[in-house]
Each structure stands twice: as structure tokens, then as C-alpha cells.
Write a protein that binds this ligand. Structure first.
Ligand code: NAP
Length: 316
């Protein structure tokens, strides 16, 4: 009988739906308000216009369910900033976090808003694990107040620092700092945010090329990133029941403020890394931002539990 039903369903003419455009959504919101609103999405000309646009946003989300909300830790600078901008470029909204550099974070929010998308910057110290419960509450309120939603779609555990010290010289304090930020932070922040993540959501954890090859001076840092790669596989295994994918992205050396900006500012280091890279240069933030946005796209939904190195082919 099932095949009969589907055969008759296939024989039925497909109803023609009116195309949904921004103009129709704006017109719809105007009619709801009984006004002749003409503002484009992202433009808020006055208090009334802002209201009308929030109705448009809700309608937009209804008609275009692909719109997603991403939480990017460390979205104020470097790789996290690029990820935030790339995701906004793909039509998504962003909650980005910063540790101390609020001005930089606010500037990213403004940039995203200029792209016609919505973003909010929240303070978070990923080494302060006791604060995660309050942070999760903060995220919940942010989602409700800004998106009228109680869940989000993507989490990128990106925030982090680098410490250069040989194995023999690394102190216990340095080891603990790296552990608290990278491994323990990723572990327990994700644990606290998972109740707010939509089933079918996506997680990306930042690893490093240094977890695959060994460069003197990064024993403790690379050990944390190695731990993140193992954790990624375990998370993927356990969260599969909720259709959540978890992958690790391992960048090669990228020109950011990371490690005091050495890769960007020290010509000798820059030249050396370029010489070890198949594509003949060091990485730029957009090399990673674009890759993470691709990994979070619908086309990459079957990639799960993997380590994806994004390095231009370093130390092959
Ligand atoms: P970056 O330019 O120095 O930016 C670091 C970001 O992390 C900033 O947004 C910063 O916030 C935030 N952050 C730092 N410590 C934090 C803490 N305790 N709590 C919360 N946020 C904190 O570094 P990046 O190059 O973008 O690195 C991002 C990630 O990529 C890191 O996990 C790093 O290990 C990894 N990675 C980088 C490279 C590279 O060569 N750049 C290579 C491989 C892997 P504020 O702006 O408020 O300080």
C-alpha cells in the first residue's frame, strides 16, 4: 500500500509556491505592523523599523531554516575572527567570545552586522571552569533575547594561547595553564553547552599540526592538542546518538597574534615554515576561517570524528 500511496502522490500536480524573497518578507512584516516598511534586512532606521525587522528575521528563519547560530570561542581575533566572518558570509549568525579584548570583539560584531547578519560578543575565560555554568546561562539568555530561540547549532572550541618552552624548561605552571585553557576548557565548556545545542549540531575543536609532527619547544602545547584529538573521537562516538558531529581542525602555522605573533613578524621563522610547506607559504587566518565554515556546511555533514589538517601541506 505504501508504494500505491507514493505513486498517487507522485501523480498529483506539485503546487506552485510563490517565491519567497526579502521583499515579500519585508512587505509581510509591514502588513503585520500596518506600515509601509521599506528597510532592508540589517538596516535599522528607527525604533519602529527595528521592530519590523525582528519580525522579518523570524519569518526569514522560518522560510530559510538553513540559517544557523554558531558559538565561536576566541572570536575576537585571529582564527576565531576569520571563522566568525566566514560563517556570517554563509548567512549564519554568531555568538563570539573574548577573554580580555572587548574592543576587538565589538569590532567583529560590527563587521558581521555590516554583512547583514547578527552577532553578539560575550566575555569568557576558558581557563575558569567554575564560570561555565553562569556562561551557559548567559548564552541561554542571549539566544532568547536576540534570536527568540533556546538552542544553537555550531560550537567551535577555538580560544587558546601558545607557550614556547623546551621540554626541560617547561614549568608546572605553564603546563597547567595550557591544560586549563586547551584540554580542560574544551572538555568542560562543551559539557556545559551541550544541553543548549540542537540535535544534529556540529562541534569543531582546534588542534594543531604540532600534534602530528614534533617541533622543539612545543611539548606541553602539542600534548594538549593531541589530547583534544583523542577527545574529539570520543565526543563523536558518544554524541552520535544526538546526530552531533565532532571534528578536530589542525592548522599549520598561521599569521596571527598567537605566540606573540612570531610566525607573522619574525621573517626567519616565516621563511622556514614556508620552506617546509608544499604550497610554499605560511597560512593566513582566512585559510582556516574558510575551512572551518566549509566543515560546518551541510555538504560536510558526514565527516565525523576526524582530524582535518589545514596547513597547505606542512612537513609531509
Ligand atoms: P590569537 O590570534 O592569539 O587569538 C586568540 C583568541 O583566543 C582571542 O580571541 C583571545 O581572546 C582568546 N583567548 C585567549 N586566551 C583565552 C582564555 N583564557 N579564555 C578565553 N579566550 C581566550 O590566536 P589564534 O592564532 O587565533 O589561535 C586560535 C586557536 O588556533 C588556538 O586554539 C591555537 O592553539 C590554535 N592554533 C593556532 C595556530 C597558529 O599558528 N596561529 C596554529 C595551530 C593551532 P582576547 O582577544 O580577549 O585575548
Amino acid at each position: 500500500m505504501r508504494s500505491c500511496d507514493s505513486a498517487s502522490a507522485m501523480a498529483r500536480p506539485i503546487p506552485r509556491l510563490a517565491p519567497v524573497t526579502m521583499a515579500t518578507l519585508v512587505a509581510k512584516s509591514s502588513s503585520i505592523r500596518g506600515e509601509n516598511a521599506t528597510a532592508a534586512p540589517g538596516e535599522s532606521t528607527d525604533a519602529n523599523g527595528g521592530d519590523a525587522l525582528s519580525i522579518v528575521r523570524k519569518d526569514f528563519a522560518q522560510y530559510f531554516p538553513l540559517l544557523k547560530i554558531a558559538i565561536i570561542t576566541g572570536g575576537s581575533r585571529g582564527l576565531g575572527k576569520s571563522m566568525s566572518l566566514h560563517l556570517a558570509g554563509k548567512g549564519h549568525d554568531v555568538v563570539l567570545t573574548y577573554n580580555s579584548k572587548k574592543v576587538e570583539a565589538d569590532a567583529v560584531v560590527v563587521q558581521i552586522e555590516k554583512m547583514g547578519r547578527k552577532a553578539v560578543a560575550l566575555q569568557l575565560d576558558v581557563a575558569n571552569h567554575k564560570s561555565f555554568k553562569v556562561f551557559a546561562e548567559n548564552v541561554k539568555n542571549t539566544l532568547r533575547d536576540n534570536w527568540q530561540r533556546n538552542d544553537f547549532d555550531f560550537l567551535v572550541n577555538n580560544a587558546g594561547i601558545g607557550i614556547h618552552a623546551s621540554f626541560m624548561e617547561t614549568t608546572e605552571e605553564q603546563f597547567d595553564q595550557l591544560m586549563n585553557i586547551h584540554l580542560k576548557g574544551t572538555f568542560f565548556l562543551t559539557q556545559k553547552l551541550l544541553p543548549l545545542m540542537k540535535d544534529g549540531g556540529r562541534i569543531v575543536n582546534l588542534s594543531s599540526g604540532l600534534a602530528r609532527f614534533s617541533l622543539p619547544g612545543y611539548a606541553a602545547y602539542a600534548a594538549m592538542k593531541g589530547g583534544i584529538e583523542v577527545l574529539t573521537r570520543y565526543m563523536a562516538k558518544e554524541l552520535g546518538a544526538r546526530r552531533i558531529t565532532v571534528n578536530a581542525v589542525a592548522p599549520g602555522a598561521i599569521e596571527t597574534d598567537f605566540g606573540g605573533g612570531a610566525v607573522r613578524d619574525n621573517k626567519q621563522i616565516n621563511d622556514f615554515i614556508a620552506s617546509q610547506t608544499a604550497l610554499g607559504r605560511v597560512g593566513l587566518p582566512d585559510d582556516i576561517g574558510g575551512a572551518v565554515a566549509s566543515l560546518l556546511s551541510d555538504d560536510s555533514g558526514w565527516i565525523n570524528g576526524q582530524r582535518v589538517e589545514v596547513s597547505g601541506g606542512v612537513s609531509l
